[in-house]
Design a protein around this ligand. Structure first.
Ligand code: HAM
Length: 418
């Protein structure tokens, strides 16, 4: 048997109902904040991600699905959406549409990570990117949106961690200090961290190796302690707004995030109900990325959130009310099928009901069992006697009562009975 690839998932009808529910809610919320949806291609030039995310990051160095196509072009299935959105923003000159481009996405991504609960190789994110404002109120809005979406889904016990890693101008000096404090321990670091210490020392913070983590924890200075006065002022203004709008947060000086493009604000929202992969969403400011990818100097900030992880936290009760007005059509007698199907066809044209028709000619008992299994609220029984008397029999599956209804009254029957 051919099976799906490890780390990917089929979404079956019971799943897709839930997906559509959360998708439509997220579209509504993000539209209400003035964000417009963007959809970019599923693959891009590999170069976009190398230049955008950074060569030494885990994503680029180990997790990308890349290949050479027939024309020898290096392509990659997108492992994240910030770089593609920025590419599109530059290519379509979106800054000409107004001072701030507010964009959002809900799409699938690919990373070759070790699959486990909450971590897949094809996964989905929704996220936003606000391009054009350098001010902390934009950072606050982004964090508020990320947080409010969880609120709207009634998800509690969240932890919002924020930090600032300063503007890029302080980076060079900090990296010198970081290298100096870790070089004494270089021989104890894992080979990949040794390489990172030389090439991109900030990425040492991403190591999952226990020895590396201990050395970093004990010896690395916090970047927060080396930021400029302007950076600190930006961060303090952000905190002040978050306090005012009642977003509970914790300042975590260790939060640097694993992608190279961040400047100043970084943040993550985690849930202790998720297990090892506890990050629901992450984001921050990336003031240099647009320029770095060939556009004009444009400050920007955004976040992305894992859809699978959100789904893991939504209580099944939230989905119970979905699609509950279902009707099952039970047809008795082969000779009655065409007339019965005409009745159903008219009912469909005149109502928005969710109607499922028996097409396997089973006994009434089996059809009732099927209606129950599908959690139908009503069964409409159409047989010989009913057709002759121009009626149908309606069984209310919630209270077991049956009623005879004239076929001509069927279209309006459910208006008052739902
Ligand atoms: P990220 O932290 O790499 O950031 O991913 C954001 C979220 O995507 C994570 O917090 C997690 O919920 C989900 N996620 C990541 N990898 C997986 C996986 N293998 N399986 C399931 N879920 C996963 C970014 O992608 C940045 N582009 C965020 C951003 C937007 N920063 C600024 N704007």
């Amino acid at each position: 048997m051919i099976r799906n690839i490890k780390g990917t998932k089929d979404l079956l009808p019971d799943d897709t109902v839930k997906w559509r529910f959360i998708e439509s809610k997220i579209h509504k919320i993000l539209n209400s904040y003035g964000y417009g949806e963007i959809r970019t291609p599923i693959f891009e030039s590999t170069d976009l991600f190398i230049r955008g995310i950074g060569n030494e990051t885990d994503i680029v160095s180990k997790e990308m699905y890349s290949w050479l196509d027939q024309g020898e072009k290096k392509l990659t299935l997108r492992p994240e959406l910030t770089a593609p959105v920025v590419r599109s923003y530059i290519q379509h000159n979106l800054q000409s549409l107004g001072p701030i481009a507010k964009l959002y996405y809900f799409d699938s991504l690919f990373r070759r990570e070790r699959p486990q609960a909450g971590r897949q190789r094809q996964f989905h994110q929704y996220g936003i990117e606000a391009l054009g404002s350098e001010f902390p109120e934009q950072d606050a809005e982004v964090i508020e949106i990320a947080y409010n979406i969880y609120n709207q889904f009634n998800i509690k016990e969240l932890s919002v961690r924020i930090n600032t890693i300063g503007s890029s101008s302080i980076r060079e000096n900090y990296i010198k200090i970081l290298k100096k404090s870790l070089s004494k321990y270089k021989s104890y670091l894992s080979p990949i961290s040794q390489k990172r210490l030389d090439n991109n020392a900030l990425r040492i913070f991403d190591s999952k190796n226990e020895d590396d983590k201990k050395i970093v924890e004990d010896n690395a200075p916090f970047i927060f302690d080396h930021i400029s006065d302007e950076d600190l002022n930006h961060f303090n203004q952000l905190k002040n707004i978050l306090d005012k709008i009642n977003i509970p947060y914790f300042h975590d000086k260790k939060l640097v995030r694993g992608l190279d493009y961040y400047t100043r604000t970084t943040f993550e929202i985690t849930s202790k109900n998720l297990g090892a992969q506890d990050a629901l969403c992450g984001g921050g400011r990336y003031d240099k990325l647009v320029k770095q990818l060939g556009g004009k100097n444009t400050p920007a900030v955004g976040f992305a959130a894992g859809v699978e992880r959100l789904l893991m936290l939504i209580n099944d009760d939230a989905f119970d009310q979905l699609d509950n007005i279902k009707i099952y059509i039970s047809i008795l007698g082969e000779q009655n099928i065409p007339d019965a199907m005409k009745i159903v066809s008219d009912l469909r044209k005149n109502t928005n009901l969710n109607i499922n028709i028996e097409s396997n000619r089973r006994s009434l008992k089996s059809q009732m069992r099927e209606a129950n299994r599908q959690k139908c609220s009503y069964v409409i029984i159409i047989g010989e006697n009913e057709l002759q008397s121009k009626i149908v029999l309606i069984k209310n599956m919630r209270n077991g009562e049956q009623e005879k209804i004239a076929i001509k009254d069927l279209n309006t029957y459910f208006d008052k009975n739902i």
